[in-house]
Design a protein around this ligand. Structure first.
Ligand SMILES: NC(=O)c1ccc[n+]([C@@H]2O[C@H](COP(=O)([O-])OP(=O)(O)OC[C@H]3O[C@@H](n4cnc5c(N)ncnc54)[C@H](OP(=O)(O)O)[C@@H]3O)[C@@H](O)[C@H]2O)c1
Length: 299
């Protein structure tokens, strides 16, 4: 297959490219970075585009994987940053859809990004893909990102939206940020620690993404989360145990609210999400439990 990818240079995209190239697929990567840097990150064989204008109607892709987006938790949500968070996802997805519509031969499938932020802060409620989007900024971002991809269905392109949970990766992402304080014995529960964390091992994320690519019966939203979400207190204890360190501290809610501003719900809120659609179609998770996933990732 020949695939077009956006966001391929990121934490999730890089290992995905490696898998796809290993399987013999051809890749074109849309990136803001220099072509040699993209090839160093994604693989020497990838074609690099700096602009979607390169997609002429004559050019055919079998599939498109759309992951690009300004990182959501790296800085406070100022008005300018919120605009970048939205434009980098929604405007880019709209442009992709224009190109898909104009293609003489359209791709068979579009896998397009989203996140479990779709569900908002849900307390003890359990969410499957059937739940509607919440109303906070992160939820609206996800809802508008999915809505931008939805015209693909009317164009005859199979669409799966990837409602990704907290991805636990060997390099980068959440674990990279938490590893140092936890290794120093400074790991802390956030607030009362009762908020739910819907996590997924990076290998399961990738396998499920490749599985959605390959299964024509898969369409619609998919929660890319392990079948056993945990509370923040459980996550804190499991990570400390995996690193053989104590985690006796708690970061008080007021301090987190002060530091994170409107982003505080990302830390103090959470959602208990189940991967119902993947399970119904028979996808098998290699790392269903957090303790096993952390053992695998942290050695
Ligand atoms: N990792 C997670 O735990 C997680 C959880 C839920 C959802 N997601 C979503 O899944 C997607 C991939 O995640 P990731 O962890 O791999 O993200 P990442 O490491 O931050 O990489 C995202 C990619 O998006 C592109 N990008 C960043 N800012 C951009 C901007 N302003 N305009 C256009 N492109 C921009 C970059 O590609 P170039 O530099 O090559 O242009 C970058 O490689 C993201 O959209 C993320 O929101 C991730």
């Amino acid at each position: 297959m020949h695939l077009l990818l956006t966001g391929a240079t990121g934490t999730l995209g890089r290992p995905l490219c490696a898998d796809l190239l290993r399987s013999g697929h051809q890749l074109t990567v849309l990136s803001r970075q220099a072509p040699e840097r993209v090839r160093a990150l994604c693989g020497a064989a990838v074609e690099v585009w700096s602009d979607l204008a390169a997609w002429t109607p004559q050019r055919h892709f079998d599939a498109v994987i759309n992951l690009a987006g300004e990182p959501i938790a790296d800085a406070r949500w100022t008005a300018a940053r919120k605009a970048r968070l939205r434009d980098s996802r929604i405007a880019l997805t709209e442009q992709l859809l224009q190109r898909i519509a104009a293609a003489e031969r359209r791709p068979a499938v579009l896998l397009s990004g989203s996140a479990v932020g779709w569900y908002g802060d849900g307390g003890e409620r359990v969410f499957t893909e059937a739940a509607p989007a919440a109303q906070d900024f992160a939820a609206r971002l996800c809802a508008d990102w999915e809505a931008a991809a939805r015209p693909a269905e009317a164009l005859g392109v199979r669409l799966c939206t990837l409602r990704t949970g907290l991805v636990l990766a060997r390099r980068g992402g959440l674990l990279a940020r938490m590893r140092l304080p936890f290794s120093l014995g400074l790991g802390a529960r956030l607030g009362d620690g009762r908020q739910w964390m819907s996590w997924i091992h990076e290998d399961d994320w990738r396998e499920l993404t490749l599985w959605l690519l390959a299964h024509p019966q898969a369409r619609g939203p998919f929660n890319l989360t392990a079948p056993q979400p945990v509370t923040n207190a459980e996550f804190t204890a499991a990570l400390a145990a995996a690193l053989h360190r104590p985690a006796l501290l708690a970061a008080p809610s007021w301090a987190l609210k002060l530091a994170a501003g409107e982003m505080a719900p990302l830390l103090l809120g959470g959602q208990r999400v189940l991967p119902e659609h993947a399970a119904a179609l028979g996808f098998h998770f290699r790392h269903p439990s957090l303790a096993g996933a952390l053992r695998d990732l942290l050695g």
